[in-house]
Design a protein around this ligand. Structure first.
Ligand SMILES: C[S@@+](CC[C@H](N)C(=O)[O-])C[C@H]1O[C@@H](n2cnc3c(N)ncnc32)[C@H](O)[C@@H]1O
Length: 223
């Protein structure tokens, strides 16, 4: 595997920042997603970001799991991984960049994987406490490179299988762009099919804005 690794100081940005985050008005689905996920993550946990994009969620997950934890983040766009890496470096996080297919990772830190999230079993073998997927296209990036129903659902199915009891998943879907409504419906169907004995599934929508992003949430019972 072609891997470069750089270690820098890790700032424990949990207390005051987490408090101000909780106090902030929750007008965006991405904020709701982070609040939902952040409530269960602890230092040392493993978390997945299925769509690294500009790195906001990857950086958030790493703040939650800390230097003893692990975040594995996927994106098919090299530019997105680069932006995510810059965000991590800028905030003095550890960063490991896996730029080619390789064996599953077991160390700590952030792994930026340049591959389709539907192939996540190549990189994720153990259980995970949380997973985030912010679907659609990357703001500020190539808008034609959106996530797709088939690969998104494959990735989510595989990621949900790895979720520990007590673990949580968040998926932000965007019905407003081409293919987005179909993808949103497919993801919703996938999550709604999860057994109510084992899963709690919820949905958050802006009730008066049909094409606005909405948030699908799943929690594995137990833990
Ligand atoms: C809405 S953005 C993600 C935003 C990101 N979570 C953040 O915090 O900035 C969606 C990203 O999904 C990526 N993507 C699209 N198809 C993908 C796939 N099959 N596997 C992994 N990433 C994919 C796009 O390249 C894009 O960067």
């Amino acid at each position: 595997m072609n891997e470069s690794k750089e270690r820098v100081n890790y700032p424990p940005a949990r207390g005051p920042e987490a408090r101000s985050k909780r106090a902030a008005p929750l007008s965006r689905m991405t904020d709701w997603a982070q609040n939902w996920i952040g409530a269960v993550l602890r230092p040392g946990d493993t978390a997945l970001d299925l769509t690294a994009g500009n790195g906001h969620d990857t950086a958030f997950l790493y703040r939650m799991v800390g230097a003893t934890g692990r975040v594995i983040a996927f994106d098919i766009q090299q530019e997105a991984l680069q932006r995510t890496g810059e965000r991590l470096h800028g905030q003095e996080f550890s960063c490991v960049t896996a730029l080619s297919e390789g064996p599953p990772h077991s160390g700590t830190g952030v792994y930026l994987v340049a591959d389709c999230h539907s192939r996540l079993e190549r990189y994720v073998t153990g259980p995970v406490m949380a997973l985030m997927a912010n679907l659609g296209y990357c703001p500020g990036g190539n808008r034609s490179l959106t996530t797709r129903s088939d690969t998104s659902c494959t990735a989510l199915r595989k990621a949900l299988e790895r979720l520990l009891p007590g673990g949580r998943a968040s998926v932000v879907v965007y019905p407003g762009h081409a293919g987005g409504a179909e993808e949103a419906a497919a993801v919703r169907e996938l999550l709604c099919a999860l057994s109510a004995d084992e899963w709690q599934v919820m949905e958050l929508t802006a009730a008066n804005r049909r094409a606005a992003p909405h948030l699908l949430l799943a929690a594995r019972k137990g833990g």
